[in-house]
Design a protein around this ligand. Structure first.
Ligand SMILES: Cc1cc2nc3c(=O)[nH]c(=O)nc-3n(C[C@H](O)[C@H](O)[C@H](O)COP(=O)(O)O)c2cc1C
Length: 310
């Protein structure tokens, strides 16, 4: 069974990937998306999205980190893919699932699920441009408003030569509303040969097993669940005990330590508070602790309060 850490823009950044891949075995991480419109980014920008490029495209625990691109122009996507790979990304992931209004309005992300032929053009251009040694994976939702084109999209992606397809089992208009329709992944699986990764609403070991059974996929991707329970990957793989609260607080502190010297450290207090929104789902004490820090602005004040829990 392969377990992939989901890309999450503004949440699963470099520091989070470092921490989560150190807390259990992931097979692969995907970066936050690089929005491609009509330019080729400089190496510095790719390094900002994926500092792992300086470490052979891997986290310090050795998990490969694949750069994700989001865009609608096949040529620009292909040119950026080549740069990312030359810089050391172990493959390319293409995002056809983003539901953000601004992105969709400019013909990026999930809106392209209405145009299987555009998906085909983008994936085939990128696949042709990137050396065969480097996998090109794709992430899609079931559709934009309906599931009418799910199979056409999956076939277009397969025909274009993608090596792997992750399906977040919801349409764009369903947002993140449960349930994820794992059974629809199974319908696609029976029609395509490309390996599929099932994604959506895996919060526990029981969910992972159920998702495998219903989707028929061995391999899964986990996102929000991995933030709620930071060792979810080991809970799923090895039936490990859930990480105790004090340890989760230790991770919050380590996260801050990673990011505090980065140029963007200003966002750190809000990132820490954002992580609490996820931790509250799994840990009762997170509710009380969040009340204590929610009005604090200074990083050191926030960390001092969290420190008391460890
Ligand atoms: C805050 C947030 C940011 C996300 N950013 C991305 C992204 O950059 N690229 C992408 O392909 N999916 C993105 N997703 C979707 C997730 O990768 C995943 O498909 C979704 O959360 C469902 O999986 P889960 O139920 O395990 O969280 C994002 C989701 C959330 C909640």
């Amino acid at each position: 069974m392969k377990i992939i850490l989901a890309p999450m823009e503004g949440v699963v950044d470099y520091a989070m990937r470092e921490l989560l891949t150190a807390s259990g075995h992931y097979d692969l991480c995907i970066t936050e998306f690089v929005r491609v419109v009509d330019q080729v980014y400089r190496p510095a920008y790719f390094h900002k999205i994926s500092p792992e490029l300086s470490h052979d495209g891997k986290t310090r625990s050795g998990t490969p980190v694949r750069v994700q691109l989001l865009g609608q122009h096949p040529d620009w996507m292909a040119e950026n893919a080549v740069v990312a790979v030359e810089l050391g990304s172990p493959g390319i992931d293409l995002n056809f699932g983003c539901p953000a209004k601004t992105v969709n309005r400019h013909r990026g992300g999930a809106v392209l699920l209405q145009e299987p032929e555009t998906l085909y053009k983008i994936v085939s251009k990128v696949r042709e441009a990137v050396p065969a040694s480097h996998p090109v994976s794709v992430k899609m939702r079931l559709g934009y408003e309906t599931t009418d084109l799910t199979l056409d999209c999956a076939r277009a992606i397969e025909d274009a030569g993608a090596n792997l397809l992750t399906i977040h089992a919801r349409t764009k208009v369903e947002g993140y509303r449960p349930p994820a329709h794992w059974h629809l992944i199974n319908d696609i699986r029976q029609q395509v040969k490309i390996p599929l990764i099932a994604n959506g609403d895996i919060w526990s070991r029981a969910d992972a097993i159920k998702c495998q059974n219903i989707s028929g996929c061995d391999d899964i991707m986990i996102g929000r669940g991995a933030l709620c329970l930071p060792n979810l990957v080991s809970v799923i793989r090895e039936d490990a005990a859930p990480m105790p609260w004090a340890e989760a607080c230790g991770m919050l502190i380590r996260y801050a330590a990673f990011v505090r010297d980065a140029p963007a450290r200003g966002y750190l207090p809000s990132r820490l508070k954002q992580w609490f929104r996820y931790l509250k789902r799994e840990y009762e004490p997170a509710h009380l602790l969040f009340d204590k820090i929610k009005r604090l602005r200074e990083l050191d004040e926030i960390l001092a309060v969290i420190q008391q829990e460890t």
